[in-house]
Every structure is written in C-alpha cells, then in structure tokens.
Design a protein around this ligand. Structure first.
Ligand SMILES: [Zn+2]
Length: 285
C-alpha cells in the first residue's frame, strides 16, 4: 500500500476519454461530492436533469450548489428540495454585491436554515468589478452571518487573497473553503492553519504550479470541485460535475495514491466541513 510505484499503472493514459472512473479498475469507487458548483445557474436551466444524470453516471452523486445572487435563491431552494444529494449554499458573490440591498441580507438567515453553507461570497479585485470597499462591506456582513448561524463559508478570491485571509482572521470562529484555490504555498498554509479548506478544480489539470503546490499540502485540507457551469475544459461547452473523476485522478496521480483511498479522504473532508452524512468510513459506495 505504501509503495508509490504500485500506483503508476493506474495513472490515466492519454486517449482514455473523459471518464476517469475507467482508470479505477474493477473495484467500485466511492461516490464523489462536487463541493462547488452552480446548479441554479440560468445557463443550466432546461438541461439540469441531463447534467445530473451524467454526473451520477460518473459517480458524482452529491453536490454543494452555491448561489451568486438573490435572483438564484428561490430556484436553488426548490432544486435542493427536489434533488436528493443537492445541498444549497446561499450568499452574495462579490461580482454582484452592488445589486443587493439590506432586504436581501435580511432574507438570508431563513434561507440558510435550509442550507449547508454561506456562499458564494468573497473578494474579487479584478478589473470592472464592484469597488473593493463595497465588496469588503458585503463580505464582512456574510462572515458575521456565518459566525452567528455557525455555518461554513464558501469563498471566492481573485487578486485578493491576502486581504481575504486578513478578513477571515478577524472572525476566528468561522471555517470554510477558498474554492478554486490558486494562491501561494504560504497563503495555503495560512488558510489551513485557520482551519480552512482549499478547493481544487479543473485549473489543476492545466497548471504545473498548482500541481507542485498540491503535492505538499495536507490531504485533510483538500476538496475537489467542478465550479460548473464555469471553468470548462472546452471553449464551447459548459462545465459539468461529471468532470470530477478527472480531478480526483489528477490529485491521486500527484500524490501517488489510490484514487479510492483519496476519494474516501476527500469525502470525509467535505462531510466534516458541510456536516454531511457520507460513506466516508469505507462502506460500499
Ligand atoms: Zn463559483
């Protein structure tokens, strides 16, 4: 089990197609949890049944579905009651914070009663985004809400990670995940020291820097995610949770470990953060 050479023949070969589960051999793999996707996104409406069917066929049977803006909340709440395994997170994304008022914030506690996390919230200091001060105002409110309701936060960060870390360090009671993590080793270590998780998505498949970073991080702090319908590997196609086995296979390859064992660890991480029930103890998927 400890000999890393043994895992080499399990590495995905090129031309294997997009179904990473073919690489897992005859044993059934544990079912996977997509810890960050946007299933209430308008771009998926009308095709969600097919997206979820492809997801289940790929072994991804639970989803943490985040919302970006108040206009998604009702649909997401409805989806979370219809689809088993679909867990909602309600929040205000930094891109859209200038479209929100106090009344939207006041609606959040009742929604969060039926949710596993606050989010997606965070900071994005890219061009043409709402003013940083306004973003920080909305993030601070949501971090306080997470603290009051004892819910984890799902965080977005772009060119803002140091500021984001400083803000979460001001609220030591909360935990959460920085989804689509793309920061430095030092930033990763600061987050992990605060009890935060790092979400890994399709960017991992293309970034040598991220692969080297993932090689040295503690497994107990990692999650995998699609961010569907965003972060697609194909220019003209929407991303889907069914991509998750490829991310799992890549982390397993980097860490030279069995995909099944890694999946159990990642499921257990997600279960811990989002208070989910899973087969994390190795029961059959
Ligand atoms: Zn997202």
């Amino acid at each position: 089990m400890g000999a890393s050479e043994l895992t080499v023949d399990r590495e995905p070969s090129t031309g294997q197609g997009t179904d990473g589960r073919r690489d897992l051999g005859l044993r059934p793999a544990p079912e996977l949890i997509d810890t960050h996707c946007h299933l209430a996104d308008r771009r998926l409406s009308g095709r969600l049944e097919a997206v979820l069917a492809r997801s289940r066929a790929a072994g991804v049977t639970k989803w943490i579905a985040a919302s970006a803006s108040h206009d998604e909340w009702d649909r997401l709440l409805e989806l979370s009651t219809i689809h088993e395994g679909l867990h909602a997170a309600f929040g205000i994304h930094p891109w859209y914070c200038d479209r929100h008022q106090a009344m939207h914030l006041h609606r959040l506690p009742a929604l969060l009663d039926q949710a596993v996390a606050v989010g997606e919230c965070g900071l994005d200091f890219g061009p043409k985004r709402p003013a940083p001060k306004l973003q920080e105002h909305w993030l601070r409110l949501q971090l306080q809400l997470a603290k009051e309701l004892a819910k984890p936060v799902i965080l977005h960060a772009y060119k803002s990670l140091d500021r984001l870390i400083a803000m979460i360090e001001e609220v030591p009671e909360i935990t959460g995940v920085v989804h689509g993590f793309a920061g430095s080793r030092q930033q990763a270590e600061r987050l992990i020291a605060r009890g935060f998780f790092l979400g890994l998505g399709t960017r991992l498949l293309r970034s040598g820097r991220l692969k080297r970073l993932v090689d040295g991080l503690p497994l107990h702090a990692l999650l995998i995610e699609s961010d569907a319908p965003d972060q697609s590997l194909h220019a003209n196609r929407l991303n889907e949770p069914a991509v998750l086995p490829r991310i799992l296979a890549e982390v397993a390859r980097i860490r030279a470990m069995e995909s099944e064992l890694l999946a159990l660890q990642l499921n257990s991480n997600a279960a811990r953060l989002f208070s989910l029930e899973t087969q994390a103890n190795g029961a059959k998927a």
